[in-house]
Write a protein of this length. Sequence first.
Length: 247
Amino acid sequence: MFRRRPLIQILTLFALSLPAYAFDIPANHNNECVVLLHGLAKSKHSMKKLDKALQTAGYATVNYDYPSRSDSIPSLAETHINNALSQCPKALKIHFVTHSMGGILVRQYLADHSIPNLGRVVMLGPPNQGSEVVDKLHNLPGFEWIGGPSSLQLGTQENSTPAQLGPANFELGVIAGSRTANPILSLWLPGSDDGKVTVANTKLEGMKQHIVLPVTHPFMMKNRKVIAQVKHFLAQGQFATETIQGT
């Protein structure tokens, strides 16, 4: 008994000192499937940590790899989201978690199709209003070769794909980043940004909630606070508001 008390006190203090992103979320989502979609020039490996965290929380997951530079956004959405959905059992509620251009693929798909058992969507750093980086670089020789046809469709002009897709008519939470890993590109981005997309341009009419975290565009999907917020929104339909820095 003498030895147990200090141990109990230590464990209690440890529990009370857990960081704010260790939210209490029930790990019981066995009837739900999450489709993860990476961004432009990425692969499913970039979403691996997030995928594992969602599996641990009890979700079935499809961490889908698609050739992001091979085709236009409408073609990519039509082919690859259909393929990803086919890997989710038909009876399950289906959620999406996306990074960057992956969110635009979901918007494109939902503009053309309905998913009867659609759950919630969380987008990380989505260029929902396009990116000024594309505006600056799209005429540069080799840009299309590097980024593919889809990269040319992500500008901020009125005829860009994001601008043509309209507001969200689904339950959407958006996480924007406010730190940059590329200060040169950030020179072209007005206001707060994540090195690729401004905070303002991640927003979308009809979204349910929008938060800003101090993370960068290329690595936000691996950040523990971001992952915790993703799980919180999927489970509760809202982010943990105590960590919201801006809307």
